[in-house]
Design a protein around this ligand. Sequence first.
Ligand code: IMP
Length: 179
Amino acid sequence: MNINNLKILFTEEQLQERIKKLAEEMNKFYNGEEVYAVCVLKGAVMFATDLVKHLDMPLKMEFIRLSSYNGNTSTSGKVNAVDISLPDLNGKNVLIIEDIVDTGLTAKFLLDFMNCNFHTKSTKFCSLLDKKIARVTEVEPDYYGFEVDDKFLIGYGLDYDGYYRNLRYIGYAEKSALE
Ligand code: IMP
């Protein structure tokens, strides 16, 4: 895949502007209460670090690592917990931060995991992108930045075979460019 074939979907400015708006909504909702922000590695790392800079309550960041992709552009359909060690979240406000909800299997896995292991004060799911059209489960994010079409997206945390997470924008490549 050649980076010159990428078509820009969201510029750095569009991403940052939307992230600030999401943080404003969250600041209103949490109203100064403590939050545990759980970043789902690796994809959400850029989004999570930018989002939390605009959150103004006492906040702790946790990182968990899951995998569901087969290496390039297809999901395995099975979510694996690579590292999901978390502190005691009973009675806490938990904000799960994801890069994209696609089939929704990862989101469902995480929400089930939280429900089975903790009685949180609140559990909210936030995703920068929402590919509603690809959903095979019933989960919906409580917060999302942009709804997107069923294209393979790259950049700002989203990878193609491990590459391009460092791009400051999000783009997509036509299927032919990915083969
Ligand atoms: P889901 O379990 O199918 O909802 O997919 C969740 C994970 O798949 C995301 O956290 C991403 O890591 C990855 N993913 C889904 N769609 C894309 C994409 O368009 N580009 C890159 N990664 C994706």
